[in-house]
Design a protein around this ligand. Structure first.
Ligand SMILES: Nc1nc2c(ncn2[C@@H]2O[C@H](COP(=O)(O)OP(=O)(O)OP(=O)(O)O)[C@@H](O)[C@H]2O)c(=O)[nH]1
Ligand SMILES: *[C@@H]1O[C@H](CO)[C@@H](O)[C@H](O)[C@H]1NC(C)=O
Ligand SMILES: *[C@@H]1O[C@H](CO)[C@@H](O)[C@H](O)[C@H]1NC(C)=O
Ligand SMILES: [Mg+2]
Length: 492
């Protein structure tokens, strides 16, 4: 049957409409699923404010009004990134995200560090992405390389190679070991970084999801905070098997009196059964406690029964347990030291907002020197994150540390994105400087800023975010046990 052109057109129209409808339905379903994946039972909807630590501002403030307040003062602070020429694309991604979500209003300077000189093209592209001051630095051999006497030794190369064979993540990359060692100990002393009182560490391939409308450096300073984080997760055990042992021995030798932050990362076995050597040997994990204590009670009951001549009913099970215990060997735990164990929780150091002098002076510098001597930066693959965390945990108190819960953040597959605070949202107002940079980029930045006009996320009374537009991925707050520990330790 032949259709007239008009009817054919009408039919096309119908098909088009059906297709559109189909996409609208799918889109709505996806949105619904997405909101369901962060159900109101998720951690993100609860209020974790306490007197020890709470978000600096729920929702948005107007940056211009904020900076106009008579007590406000811009801080002596910088963004700092170690990176390579080859990472230019992901470096630009990070800087654009920071500019768009925060720095267009605050204009803090950037420092880029590299173990070799930056290409002119790298310098040009990065400088064109921000209106703020940018400085580029090259690391000296001393800052970047392991000592020459060590590098030439066979055991050095073999250790690193062997870590690759054992499947330790990045274990066989010498450059990765250098990077961790640099961030653990040399970073803060670098003359460019040391010009400032504060640093905000950034990395290539980072994305921010919310607007940070207040000044985090100022708020940290005002409240006497020293270190701020966004992600707190478990480390892979085999990268740091002996780190805790060396840390404990440093504490003991130095006679360090640890602050009240220490229990956040050190699991103590000095509890009810502290005086029972036998139990101390067999209880190595939380999950052991109940089982071992039950056995202990049964054996004790049995022994009481034996002593009591009137009852002769021997508990067979308890007798068996007693015999079993006599022949049991205590498992060996490399990492258990002074009845404490590292729970592997660490502040994820690719984001840090902290005081430079926290690391560049005093106890931490001694701690790093001690660790360096132990060889763990090459014989094992100690990350700078667990090293920072253990150092901080021994030096600081809980209220010195701040959880930037309101900063939506993604690096690699880890995502944290808060719920927006209901009733505290303000419209996005771009600075002229930022608008100009965006236009100068000739559209390449445009797609990146499309989310400015996107629909707002759902809001909640206990949300903390400002204009967050979250990805659909699962929130690390809901999956990392370490956040529960943080939550517990800040509770009044
Ligand atoms: N100049 C220079 N920078 C490096 C080198 N290795 C790592 N970096 C930088 O150090 C930072 C951390 O390195 P990454 O490889 O991202 O390490 P990571 O974040 O632990 O690992 P990912 O989860 O894979 O990102 C990044 O900013 C890198 O650009 C290196 O050999 N030279
Ligand atoms: C910034 O901090 C550094 C390091 O503490 C200090 O040397 C410098 O004088 C400070 N600069 C200003 C302008 O306060
Ligand atoms: C959390 O604490 C901050 C600062 O003390 C306060 O402004 C805010 O209202 C509190 N938020 C909630 C949800 O209680
Ligand atoms: Mg990285």
């Amino acid at each position: 049957m032949l259709l007239s052109p008009q009817r054919r057109n009408r039919r096309r129209c119908w098909i088009l409409m059906l297709i559109c409808l189909f996409f609208v339905v799918i889109w709505r379903l996806a949105r619904k699923l997405r909101t369901r994946s962060r159900g109101s039972d998720s951690f993100g909807f609860s209020n974790i404010n306490t007197s020890k630590d709470s978000v600096f501002a729920d929702g948005c403030v107007d940056p211009l009004v904020y900076q106009d307040a008579p007590h406000y003062a811009s801080q002596n602070a910088s963004f700092t990134m170690l990176t390579r020429n080859s990472e230019i694309e992901t470096v630009l991604k990070t800087v654009r995200s920071i500019e768009r979500h925060f720095n267009q209003w605050y204009q803090y300077p950037y420092i880029f560090l590299n173990h070799e000189p930056f290409d002119p093209e790298f310098v040009e592209l990065v400088t064109a992405t921000t209106g703020a001051k940018v400085q580029f630095g090259v690391l000296s051999e001393l800052e970047w390389e392991f000592p020459p006497g060590l590098r030439e030794q066979l055991i050095f190369k073999e250790s690193i190679e062997e870590q690759g064979d054992r499947g330790i993540l990045y274990g066989n990359l010498e450059s990765y070991h250098k990077m961790c060692r640099f961030y653990a100990g040399a970073f803060y002393k670098h003359p460019l970084v040391a010009q400032y009182e504060w640093y905000w560490r950034i990395e290539p391939d980072v994305e921010f999801f919310c607007d940070l409308t207040y000044d985090p450096f100022y708020e940290m300073s005002r409240r006497g905070k020293k270190y701020g984080f966004t992600v707190f997760i478990e480390e892979l055990y085999w990268t740091v098997p002996n780190l805790f042992r060396f840390t404990r021995s440093f504490i003991r030798r130095k006679g360090v009196k640890v602050g009240n932050l220490w229990p956040l990362v050190a699991k103590s076995y000095n509890s009810d059964f502290k005086n029972d050597d036998l139990l101390m040997k067999f209880i190595n994990f939380d999950s052991d406690v109940e089982r071992e204590l039950t056995k202990e009670r049964k054996i004790k009951d049995l022994l009481d029964t034996v002593g009591n001549t009137k009852t002769s009913a021997l508990d067979r099970e308890a007798l068996k347990l007693l015999i079993e215990r006599a022949s049991r060997k205590a498992p060996i735990f490399e990492d258990k030291f002074d009845d404490e164990e590292f729970n592997l929780c660490h502040f994820w150091s690719n984001f840090e907002i902290a005081r430079v002098d926290l690391f560049s002076t005093g106890l931490y510098a001694d701690y790093f020197a001690y660790l360096e001597e132990s060889g763990g930066f090459w014989a094992e693959r100690w990350g700078d994150a667990p090293v920072h965390t253990l150092g901080l945990a021994m030096m600081l108190n809980v209220d010195d540390v701040h959880y930037f819960r309101d900063i939506g953040y993604q690096h690699s597959t880890v995502v944290h994105c808060p719920i927006n605070k209901a009733g505290e949202q303000l419209p996005y107002v771009e600075t002229l400087k930022h608008q100009k940079l965006r236009h100068q980029s000739g559209g390449t930045l445009q797609t990146f800023f499309d989310d400015i006009t996107k629909v707002q996320e759902k809001e909640s009374e206990f949300g903390v975010g400002c204009r967050c537009v979250c990805p659909t991925k699962r929130d690390v707050e809901d999956t990392s046990q370490c956040f529960r520990k943080w939550h517990d330790i800040i509770r009044d």
